[in-house]
Write a protein of this length. Structure first.
Ligand SMILES: [Zn+2]
Length: 191
C-alpha cells in the first residue's frame, strides 16, 4: 500500500518511508505475504512480552543488597545481646545503657527480619517490597548516624559516619528506587 511515497505495514499498521525496505517496527516487507504478516506479528508479540518482564539484573541488585542487610542487622542485634551479657558480667549497672542496648539490639534484629522479607518480596517483584526497601534505607541511614552518636560518639568522626551512612544506605535506596521505577514502567504495556 502506498501513500505519497510512504507505505503502511500490513502486519502492524506502522507508516514507513518509501525508502524503507522493511517495516522499521516489525521488519515485515511492504508486500508481505500472509505468512510473513503472521511471523512479524508473532515477533512483535514476543518483544512486548520480553519488555514486560523486569530484567533479572535489576531485581538481583536490590535483592542481594537487602539480603546482606538482613544478615548484618540480625547478627548485629544478636551480638548486641552478647555485648549485654558481657556488660552484666563486667558489672555495668547503668540502666539507661542496658535499656538503650536492649532496644537497639531488638530494633536491629527486627529490622533484619523485615529486610529479609523485603528481599524475598523484591525477588517476587512485589511493589510493596520496593517501597519498604526505600523506607528501610532511609530509616537505616538515620538509625546508623543516631546509633553511632549515642553508642560511640568518640569512636569515629561524625562526618565519616554520615558519609559512610549515605554511601551504604544511599546505595540501597538507589537500588530500590531503580527497581521500583523499572517495575512501574514495565507494568505499562509497551505499544
Ligand atoms: Zn510493521
Amino acid at each position: 500500500m502506498t501513500v505519497s511515497g510512504e507505505w503502511i505495514c500490513k502486519a502492524c499498521w506502522q507508516k514507513n518511508r518509501a525508502r524503507d525496505e522493511v517495516c522499521w517496527r516489525c521488519k515485515a516487507p511492504p508486500d508481505a505475504s500472509a505468512d510473513e504478516v503472521a511471523q512479524a506479528q508473532q515477533g512483535l508479540e514476543a518483544r512486548r512480552e520480553r519488555a514486560s518482564k523486569v530484567p533479572d539484573a535489576v531485581v538481583a541488585v536490590p535483592v542481594v543488597v537487602f539480603r546482606g542487610y538482613a544478615k548484618a542487622w540480625q547478627r548485629g542485634g544478636l551480638s548486641l545481646f552478647g555485648l549485654l551479657l558481657l556488660f552484666a558480667l563486667g558489672g555495668v549497672t547503668d540502666l539507661l545503657w542496658f535499656g538503650l542496648t536492649i532496644g537497639f539490639g531488638l530494633g536491629l534484629f527486627i529490622t533484619g527480619l523485615v529486610a529479609a522479607e523485603v528481599a524475598e518480596g523484591m525477588r517476587e517483584r512485589e511493589l510493596w517490597a520496593y517501597l519498604a526497601g526505600i523506607a528501610l534505607s532511609v530509616a537505616g541511614g538515620l538509625g546508623s548516624v543516631l546509633a553511632f552518636s549515642i553508642f560511640a560518639p568518640d569512636l569515629i568522626s561524625p562526618t565519616a559516619i554520615r558519609f559512610s551512612s549515605v554511601v551504604v544506605f544511599g546505595g540501597a535506596a538507589v537500588a530500590a528506587v531503580a527497581g521500583l521505577v523499572l517495575l512501574l514502567r514495565n507494568r505499562v504495556p509497551v505499544g
